[in-house]
Design a protein around this ligand. Structure first.
Ligand code: PEP
Ligand code: MN
Length: 362
C-alpha cells in the first residue's frame, strides 16, 4: 500500500484483514540522553510501535522556554535507534536541520505545523532533501488552509521525494475549545481526497493537549480510516519539559492502544459487500433526492426574491431567519442531529438562497 506500511499489510501476517496502523511514538522533546533512552527502551517493548519520535529543535510560542537539545540530541536519537532497532523521526524547519539529521541517519523527517505555513521554508526543506530517500511527513499548517497543506506536498513531490506522508495535528483557533488545536476533520479528509495515495497519520497529542480526550480522538481517526498515529510518550510525563499535559507514559500508551477498536476498510465476505452496496445505493438515491428538494426550495425562494424586489423589500429578513434557525435546529435535535450540524446546514442553504435571490432580475 504505502511506504510506511510496506511490511505491515502482508495478508499472511494479517489474516483478519484489519488495517495495521503505522505508529510513531516518543517524547515531545529529547531532553537528556537518559530520558530519551529510558523512553525508547520502554516503547520498544510495545511491538505495535514502528518508530521513535522526539523534537530536537522546538518551536516555542514564546521565548525563554526549552528550545530543544539541538544537534547533541541527534546523537542520542542515533544511539536509541541502535539500541532498540526503531527507526527515528525528528522535526526539521531549516536546511541545516535536514543536513544534521541526515548526517545522523534519521529515517523520517517531519515538517511542523508552524513551518508548513511558510512556502519559503517548505521550499528550503524540499531543496535540502532532494536526492535522498528519506521519508517526509508533512503536518497540517496551523491555519485551516487546504491549499497551503497541499502546496507543501507538491513542493516535496516536485523535488522528487517519493516517500511522503501527512500528519493531522489540528488547527489553531481563537477562543475556548475543549481541544488544544481544533481537529476540523473535514480538512484532512479533503487532503486524503486530493492525495489518496498518501498515508494520513493522526497526531492526537497536539489535537487534544491533554490525555483525557486522547482515546476518543484516536478512535475517531481509526474510524476515519487513518493509516497511523504519531503520539507523544514520555517516561515521566509529569516532569516533561514541553507539552507535559498531553504526554502518556509508555505503559499508558499500551493501555490506550489496547482500548482502540481497530477497523478494516475492506472485507471480502460476500454478504457484507452486498449489504454495503445496497446501503450505498440508498445513500446515492437520498443524495439525489436531497439535491432536487433543495432545488425546489431555491425556486420558491427565488419567487420570494422577485416579490421582494417588486415591493422594494430587503432580501435578508432577520426575524424570519432566526425563526427558521430555531425551529429547524429543534427539529433536527429530535432526530439526534447536533446543533452545530443544523446551523452549518441551515446557514449554507440560507446563504445560497440569498445569492440566488440577488440574481433575480424581476
Ligand atoms: C511536535 O510534534 O512536538 C510539534 C511541535 O508539533 P506541531 O508542529 O504540530 O505543533
Ligand atoms: Mn509537542
Amino acid at each position: 500500500m504505502t511506504h510506511l506500511m510496506k511490511d505491515k499489510t502482508d495478508i499472511a501476517q494479517n489474516p483478519n484483514h484489519t488495517k495495521v496502523p503505522f505508529i510513531i511514538a516518543g517524547p515531545c522533546s529529547a531532553e537528556s540522553e537518559e530520558q530519551l533512552m529510558a523512553t525508547a527502551v520502554e516503547l520498544a517493548k510495545e511491538k505495535r510501535i514502528n518508530a521513535l519520535r522526539a523534537g530536537i529543535w522546538k518551536p516555542r510560542t514564546k521565548p525563554g522556554g526549552f528550545e530543544g537539545a539541538g544537534t547533541k540530541g541527534l546523537a542520542w536519537m542515533a544511539q536509541a535507534k541502535k539500541q532498540t532497532g526503531l527507526p527515528i523521526a525528528v522535526e526539521v524547519a531549516t536546511s541545516k536541520h535536514v543536513e544534521d539529521s541526515l548526517h545522523f541517519d534519521v529515517d523520517i523527517l517531519w515538517v511542523g505545523a508552524r513551518t508548513t505555513v511558510n512556502p519559503f521554508s517548505v521550499q528550503q526543506l524540499a531543496d535540502a532533501v532532494k536526492g535522498t530517500d528519506v521519508t517526509v511527513l508533512i503536518k497540517n499548517p496551523i491555519n485551516p488552509d487546504v491549499n497551503l497543506w497541499a502546496g507543501a506536498v507538491e513542493r516535496f513531490a516536485k523535488a522528487g521525494v517519493t516517500k511522503i506522508g501527512l500528519i493531522h495535528r489540528g488547527f489553531s483557533a481563537y477562543g475556548k475549545s475543549e481541544f488544544r488545536n481544533v481537529p476540523l476533520w473535514q480538512i484532512p479528509i479533503e487532503l486524503k481526497r486530493l492525495f489518496p495515495e498518501l498515508p494520513m497519520l493522526c497526531d492526537p497529542s497536539h489535537i487534544c493537549g491533554n490525555t483525557t480526550l486522547l482515546p476518543s480522538t484516536v478512535q475517531k481517526s481509526i474510524d476515519l480510516d487513518y493509516d497511523g498515529l504519531i503520539i507523544e510518550s514520555h517516561i515521566n510525563p509529569k516532569e516533561a519539559w514541553t507539552d507535559a499535559a498531553q504526554q502518556v507514559s509508555p505503559s499508558d500508551l499500551t493501555d490506550l492502544l489496547d482500548s482502540v477498536i481497530w477497523k478494516s476498510n475492506y472485507a471480502d465476505e460476500e454478504s457484507f459487500r452486498r449489504e454495503l452496496d445496497s446501503l450505498r445505493e440508498q445513500i446515492n438515491y437520498f443524495d439525489e433526492e436531497l439535491i432536487s428538494l433543495i432545488n425546489s426550495r431555491m425556486l420558491a425562494a427565488m419567487k420570494i426574491g422577485s416579490l421582494k424586489k417588486k415591493n422594494s423589500i430587503t432580501i435578508f429578513q432577520n426575524t424570519r431567519w432566526s425563526e427558521i434557525l430555531e425551529k429547524l435546529t429543534e427539529k433536527g435535535k429530535q432526530f439526534g442531529f447536533s446543533e452545530e450540524f443544523m446551523h452549518t446546514y441551515l446557514e449554507a442553504i440560507h446563504l445560497e438562497s440569498i445569492r440566488l435571490q440577488n440574481q433575480v432580475k424581476e
